[in-house]
Design a protein around this ligand. Structure first.
Ligand code: EPU
Length: 422
């Protein structure tokens, strides 16, 4: 999918026009893949994005004993032959955060797991204490040594778990573990992200007994170990990729039809984008966006779903950097997630960060420069910024973008952007 020295070169050309399709969500498909650990047989996932993280999760699952194969674009067949090795080694775990999602399924299915501890990200530490506390409540025992955790449980039992914060990953691990637990598990203050809902729906079609899906109180009644069955499942479309195309047309101007954008998953964000001056209209599965000249600034804070996701934030800051007036952005999930601001400054943006706030003063125009993608979302924001910058913006660190974006360059080029990968 490209080499580490690849760069993306973007030049401002003006308005974008046309149709883009939104691929399946990275943060869903990786968890759907991990869920195939739960039951033997062959699964078929569709709407699978062509991204590097899917290949990384495929490698991890292969080491555990689930084979995956892409039979045609967008489709992935996964076969769990039942002979699982519940070990997730460092060299595979460190590649993607979502590798921690094998913990719940392996523990409940095999009764033991050895998992290398997932590391941090460029935007800060990413602890897993809530995953561990929840599983301990369900009867698991943990040992930590040499950067690895080892968890054991003959059979997990149901428990009442109250999260202090609606963690996406912890909700997913507890739900997948609870499907085979003895008794009822309730999760209060569960995460409600559309990707969590997608996983719960796949588990339910596999035969799991889950109620409260999409609410902050999930109830899972354990079923007999081994009684779930493999399924076919379509991955939910990626709201972050959809938002990326909205941000692109917002700063470049023009008009886009974004197909398979699920506006109902982006309600808060789209409301705020309308306040910024975008004209948005929704038909089932389709979002039309018309840019109406210069954007207006707004204040935004990131929150768990249904609030404005932290993953949208680099896009929002990029939009604010070319809007009228001043916007204040507050990050409530990852305090360190502002590193890309230094890169935006190189493009002439006027952004000041203090603690977990950024003050963004819109400038008339950005100016192209070499910049680096520090993580997936920051990388996409650099591409969007390049669409608004005079001259040439050269983005390195493209491997980060490849982890989560399915052909961002091709999709933007197809609607008129001057963008190439070199
Ligand atoms: N947290 C803890 N302890 C835990 C778990 C989480 O302190 O045991 C804290 C985290 O440190 C963070 C906050 O809770 O401050 C949110 O973490 P959460 O568990 O909700 O996030 P995650 O499951 O690790 C997923 C996405 C992220 C996205 C967040 C928030 C995946 C693979 N990753 O991470 O996506 O930012 O939810 O919505 O699903 C990305 O795609 O680029 C990305 C970073």
């Amino acid at each position: 999918m490209g080499s580490p020295s690849d760069q993306i070169v973007v030049r401002r050309v003006g308005e974008l026009k046309g149709l883009v399709d939104v691929p399946g969500a990275k943060n869903s498909v990786l968890k759907l893949m991990a869920a195939t650990i739960l039951a033997d047989g062959t699964y078929e996932l569709s709407n699978v994005p062509a991204i590097v993280d899917v290949a990384s999760m495929g490698d991890l699952l292969a080491a555990i004993g689930v084979r995956s194969e892409s039979t045609e674009p967008g489709r992935l067949t996964l076969t769990n032959a039942g002979d699982l090795e519940p070990v997730a080694p460092y060299e595979l775990v460190e590649r993607i955060r979502a590798s921690v999602n094998v913990l719940g399924p392996l523990l409940t299915r095999c009764g033991r797991v050895r998992l290398s501890m997932p590391g941090g990200d460029d935007f800060g530490a990413r602890p897993i204490d809530m995953h561990v506390d929840g599983l301990e409540k369900m009867g698991a025992e943990f040992k930590f040594s040499h950067g690895e955790l080892e968890a054991t449980a003959d059979r997990l039992h149901g428990a009442d778990i109250v999260f202090g914060f609606p963690s996406v990953g912890a909700t997913e691990n507890i739900v997948t573990a609870a499907v085979y637990a003895d008794g009822v598990t309730t999760i209060e203050n569960a995460a409600r992200e559309p990707e969590v809902v997608d996983l719960c729906e796949m588990l339910r079609s596999m035969g799991a007994d889950i109620t409260g899906i999409g609410t902050s109180r999930l109830v899972v009644r354990g079923v007999e170990r081994g009684s779930l069955r493999p399924v076919r499942h379509r991955t939910v479309p990626d709201r972050i990729q959809a938002a990326t195309y909205v941000a692109a047309v917002a700063v470049a101007g023009g008009e886009l039809t974004i197909r398979d954008a699920r506006a109902e998953h982006m309600e808060n964000l789209l409301g705020r984008f309308a306040e910024m001056g975008l004209e948005l209209s929704v038909e089932p599965g389709v979002l039309h966006v018309v840019a109406q000249g210069r954007l207006r600034s707004i204040d935004v804070q990131t929150l768990p779903y249904p609030g404005i996701a932290t993953d949208y934030k680099p896009l929002v800051i990029t939009m604010l950097s070319v809007a009228d007036d001043v916007g204040i952005v507050t990050e409530n999930l990852y305090p360190g997630r502002f590193r890309y601001v230094e890169e935006l400054l190189r493009l002439g943006a006027d952004v000041r960060t203090t603690g977990h706030h950024a003050v963004v003063r819109g400038v008339p125009r950005l100016s192209g420069a070499p910049v680096r993608a520090h993580d997936i979302r920051a990388g996409a924001a650099m591409v969007v910024a390049g669409l608004a910058a005079e001259g040439e913006t050269v983005i390195s660190g493209v491997a980060h973008i490849d982890r989560g974006y399915d052909d961002l360059v091709g999709r933007l080029a197809s609607v008129g952007a001057d963008i190439v990968r070199v």
